[in-house]
Design a protein around this ligand. Structure first.
Ligand code: MGD
Ligand code: MGD
Ligand code: MO
Length: 772
């Protein structure tokens, strides 16, 4: 049994503060590039610097400010290392051996500095020239009988320029197969917002937070994942306004914040609260919370009417919405007992939330993965929109919907056309500008791509960044799918699992990252990205690349495209000589990018605009659609209903403070008090007792799913934690083997990685028996 104290000691400090400063310094020194990197860090999110490769939170325009946070600094130092993975490194380590190493070990080995081809005979990667690599890919692509045999994956760090070229190439080749990280992330937000307010993006900008009287934060952990958001929340609280946070875990990083850039706060060791109230609903209980709030608002409205006033914004509802009456009827029919049972909150708590909402003139609702990775995520986000619409909190200053995006350019990639279901208008614009007929049939998203690779329909996988093998659900099934491919190509900065789970043939193409100087024929290039607030701005690297054998993402795409399609529909190699050429194409095809090249010259970039913010609803009826859904019977996907027992727990998989998705920077999770360990289960102490376990005991987690396949992970340590009974949490990606491939969200098809039915069993450590 493990001594729990070695793993878990509650953290007493605030988010940010000295803890953050210490950690930033440690990661900076460990990069083995410290002198170079301090210069680099100071260029983060600055006018002539690069966009932070961390999260997608936006910036207020303030040139005097240092614009990076602890986790942004980790991301920068991680990329700007001096360690190299090249053919010499690969000669020393077989792929089979590397595959026994941890995700942390793999990425820690450094930047990939030359193109590599897998040799199955020796089980090693070997050097290959760029020309040979492009030829191998183009020969394979040209040999496919159907372009839909190829899938083009994108991770959300790709710049607008890279994403635009990538989708152009794939469509000119003939497919809409664009699985992307968004399918596992904010897909439900995109779907729910498009189907209700006619645009799949948030409606607020950073300035709106200055005018909000209440901010509701659902299902996110900004202390770790969007640290710069804490400062914004702190300012809202300081302004005398309300911040209500909803999270099943008591997240230290959401409770108090000490600004590392404020000498007064640092020297006096004082911190400021980032919320006025903190509620702990059950996992998946947010829709019930909001339903309860609306139910309470209906009563408040009745009372107000008696007094001759109103709580609802009737003018807005009448002029701008469709379906409100039906929805309110549905809410009236939902019994309080269901609401309280599913939400896990008390009626008093919900009434309080409703009163705060009713009292505030302007309200913003933010959310992230705690909302989007469930079976009923789309229904929950519709419910959020409905709540906002009731008081006209859409398209007015200080109010609106704010899905807080993950990857730094995941939103931009979608704007550029990375979408397996492109709109007819987008395809028409491509056709008119480039004079070719893009494919019109829907392509494959992540989960369908895995199925298609497994059954041989997709034979070639190309990944523009990311770590498909580790980030996707059902690891065993996903690995089988990748191994089944004829060719897997990974365009990457760092070594990861996806390089080791190869198709019959495999290539690694090393690319430049955000921090690197991207030198092309016309000189150093900038790229552009879009943040969560639809601000488009330029990013230029500041470091000399570690090797001349690394290419930029646009150059790699252009190289593959030229080898496959020749000079059609554009002269690919010419387009990368100066990225202004790519941006001119973007300006011609995508609405909102007129004069793109001029507008990115202005500091802070430009605002893309948002139709819903202007109260223009791009829906069939021209109004915001108020959807009604019944509260789900159970928050678990329907399939598992018959398998549940009183031993079943609901598992959510989340991020530690020392990771960026599948990139593991270290083994600690400071705010949650975890040290040197990632294989932990956060669990309510009463559940530990109820299930007959003890704190610190190791367990096996098994997930329940209809297909009868055994999905398990072993040797996880039970850590008592402030989490509702019946709920547990573990880190991703270690527990991805538990997420059944077909357990996906309704409408979004996003893996339900925040609600998995689990049973725990005692783990017996295997005893080494020597056979000789
Ligand atoms: N440093 C760092 N920054 C990142 C990332 C990273 O890995 N590291 N990842 C980036 C990416 S791609 C993304 S998408 C974002 C992710 O940002 P987050 O969404 O903050 O990421 P998670 O760690 O998945 O955290 C989910 C939070 O939701 C809570 N939660 C889980 N289930 C529920 C629920 O049912 N209801 C409610 N109310 N809360 C729930 C969890 O307790 C946890 O606090 O961050 C981005 N930024
Ligand atoms: N169980 C569970 N699964 C999840 C989630 C969860 O909460 N729980 N979250 C989901 C979410 S929100 C997301 S967004 C996905 C993330 O899925 P991905 O985006 O596929 O994964 P990352 O871990 O961000 O990818 C890391 C790799 O990207 C490469 N890389 C880094 N920078 C660059 C660059 O600039 N260019 C290129 N070409 N490559 C680069 C490096 O080689 C690195 O190893 O995971 C999803 N999976
Ligand atoms: Mo994400």
């Amino acid at each position: 049994m493990t001594d729990k104290k070695t793993v878990y000691t509650p953290y007493k400090g605030a988010a940010g503060g000295w803890g953050a400063l210490k950690s930033t310094t440690k990661h900076w020194l460990q990069s083995e590039n410290s002198v170079r990197n301090i210069h680099t860090l100071l260029k983060t999110n600055q006018p002539n610097g690069f966009d932070c490769p961390g999260c997608a939170w936006g910036e207020k325009h303030d040139p005097a400010k240092i614009r990076f946070c602890e986790n942004g600094a980790k991301a920068v130092n991680w990329e700007a290392t001096s360690r190299k993975v090249d053919a010499a490194f690969m000669a020393q380590h077989s792929v089979t051996w590397l595959n026994t190493q941890s995700d942390y070990f793999l990425e820690y080995q450094g930047r990939i500095t030359e193109p590599l081809r897998y040799n199955p005979e020796t089980d090693h990667y070997e050097a290959i020239s760029w020309q040979q690599a492009f030829k191998q890919i183009s020969d394979t692509l040209k040999a496919q009988q159907d372009p839909n045999h190829v899938a083009f994956y994108t991770s959300g760090r790709a710049s607008n320029e890279a994403a635009f070229l990538y989708q152009l190439f794939a469509r000119a080749y003939g497919t809409n197969n664009f699985p992307d990280c968004s399918n596992m992330c904010h897909e439900a937000s995109g779907y729910a917002l498009t189907s209700s307010i006619g645009i799949g993006k948030g409606t607020v900008d950073i300035e709106d937070f200055e005018h909000a009287e209440a901010v509701f934060v659902f299902g996110q952990n900004p202390g770790t994942n969007h640290p710069r958001m804490l400062e914004t929340l702190k300012e809202v609280v300081q302004g005398g306004n309300k911040v209500l946070s909803f999270n099943p875990l008591r997240e230290r990083g959401l409770e108090r914040f000490q600004n590392p850039q404020s000498p007064v706060e640092m020297l006096s060791n004082r911190s400021k609260p980032t919320h006025t109230n903190y509620f702990c609903p059950k996992i998946g209980g947010d829709m019930a919370v909001i339903r309860g709030m609306v139910k309470a608002l209906i009563d408040l409205e009745k009372e107000a009417q008696k007094a001759g006033s109103a709580v609802f914004d009737h003018a807005f509802i009448k002029q701008h919405t469709q379906g409100m009456e039906d929805y309110l009827e549905e809410v009236k029919q939902t019994p309080w007992s269901n609401i309280l049972e599913q939400s896990g909150l008390t009626k008093e708590e919900i009434l309080y939330c409703a009163q705060v909402y009713a009292d505030a003139e302007n309200v913003i609702i933010t959310w992230a993965m705690g909302i989007t990775q469930h079976y009923h995520s789309v229904a929950t986000i519709h419910e959020i929109v409905n709540l906002l619409a009731l008081r006209g909190n859409l398209g007015k200053k200080g109010a609106g919907a704010c899905p807080v995006r993950g990857h730094s350019n995941v939103q931009g990639d979608r704007t550029m056309g990375i979408n397996e279901r492109p709109s007819a208008a987008f395809l028409k614009a491509l056709e008119e500008h480039f004079s070719f007929s893009p494919p019109t049939e829907d392509g494959l998203a992540v989960v369908d791509t895995i199925h298609a690779m497994k059954n041989g329909q997709v034979k070639v996988f190309i990944g523009l960044g990311g770590n498909f093998a580790a980030a996707t659900p059902d690891t065993v099934a996903t690995e089988e799918a990748l191994i089944n491919c004829q060719l897997t190509v990974q365009i990457s900065t760092k070594l990861n699992r996806s390089h080791l789970i190869t198709g019959k043939e495999a290539l690694i193409l090393p690319c430049l990252g955000r921090t690197d100087i991207d030198l092309q024929e016309s000189g150093p290039q900038k790229v552009t990205v879009e943040d969560s607030f639809s601000m488009i701005h330029a990013s230029s690297g500041v470091l000399d690349p570690l090797s001349s054998e690394m290419k930029s993402e646009p150059a790699i795409i252009a190289g593959i495209a030229e080898a496959t399609l020749g000079k059609a529909p554009i002269n690919w190699l010419e387009s990368i000589s100066d990225y202004n050429i790519i941006r001119e194409h973007i300006a011609a095809v995508i609405p909102g990018f007129k004069d793109f090249n001029q507008r990115i010259l202005q500091d802070g970039g430009f605002y893309l605009g948002n139709s819903a913010r202007e109260r223009n609803w791009n829906t069939p009826s021209g109004k915001a659609i108020i959807h009604k859904h019944g509260l789900p019977e159970s928050i678990l996907p329907k399939g598992v209903k018959d398998l549940l027992s009183n031993k079943t727990l609901v598992l959510q998989t989340l991020r530690s403070h020392d990771q960026y998705n599948t990139t593991i920077y270290g083994m600690n999770d400071r705010y949650r008090g975890i040290k040197n360990e990632r294989r932990v289960v956060f669990i309510n102490p009463a559940d530990i007792q109820r299930l007959g376990f003890t704190e610190g005991q190791k367990v096996t987690l098994k997930s329940l799913w209809v297909d009868g396949v055994e999905r398990k992970v072993e040797g996880f340590i039970l850590v008592p934690y402030s989490i509702p009974m019946g709920n547990i949490a573990t880190y991703y990606p270690e527990t991805n083997p538990l997420v059944p491939l077909d357990s996906t969200g309704e409408f979004s098809n996003t893996p339900t990685s925040k609600s998995i039915a689990i049973e725990l069993e005692e783990y017996r450590e295997s005893i080494q028996v020597l056979s000789t």
